[in-house]
Write a protein that binds this ligand. Structure first.
Ligand SMILES: Cc1cc2nc3c(=O)[nH]c(=O)nc-3n(C[C@H](O)[C@H](O)[C@H](O)COP(=O)(O)O)c2cc1C
Length: 177
């Protein structure tokens, strides 16, 4: 027998990709927030959607500059990711509080984070769903990975204070990229 699931418990079933850090910069002042609501939309050019709550300091920065970096942390940064997601750049320098290194990116004004194993420089290319859903469509214009972190283990956020670690790879025959 199927049992009815309260709608507020659906999100953990569908939670999207790994927890990432989204950096922005306004007038050379960088900020970073934790983000788990994102999804790939297109492969070529690589395009993703992300939901940034309008109450976050990052929302105004992203909306105004239309640029950001998606920095992907491995497991060793999980505690910092939670700390960054529980504080606001409105009143804190989160890079210094979490001992993270912001370095200039190549294509965008937002910084990369050198401790992350990947950094994706993004430009907002569609804001039509920002008003209704806080949803920004981002095109990845330059991507970097850290060869010193060859097999990073990422982590996911199914909500309610839980993090879930990526596990083993399972390969299968597929025509899908
Ligand atoms: C694991 C985790 C995932 C989060 N995912 C999102 C998200 O997808 N979208 C969002 O708007 N906020 C998300 N947050 C909350 C923001 O990171 C948080 O509100 C942060 O303080 C915003 O910082 P800012 O005010 O400096 O922009 C998440 C927090 C955590 C801990």
């Amino acid at each position: 027998m199927m049992q009815e699931l309260p709608l507020d418990q659906v999100y953990p079933l569908l939670e999207p990709g790994p927890v990432v850090l989204l950096t922005t910069a306004v007038k050379d002042r960088p900020n970073v927030m934790t983000l788990s609501w994102h999804s790939m939309l297109e492969l070529d050019p690589p395009t993703l959607a992300c939901v940034v709550n309008e109450n976050n300091h990052s929302f105004a920065a992203l909306n105004d500059t239309l640029e950001c970096v998606i920095a992907i942390p491995a497991l060793h940064m999980a505690e910092k990711a939670v700390q960054i997601g529980n504080t606001s750049g409105r009143d804190t320098d989160k890079f210094s509080a979490a001992s993270l290194t912001a370095r200039p990116a190549w294509q965008v004004g937002a910084p990369i984070i050198t401790e992350c194993f990947a950094n994706l420089e993004c430009r907002v290319n569609d804001t039509r769903l920002v008003g209704d859903y806080n949803l920004f469509v981002l095109e990845i214009v330059e991507a970097w990975t850290d060869p010193q972190q060859p097999n990073p283990q990422t982590f996911h956020h199914p909500g309610y204070g839980r993090l879930v670690l990526d596990g083993e790879d399972i390969s299968f025959a597929s025509n899908v990229r």
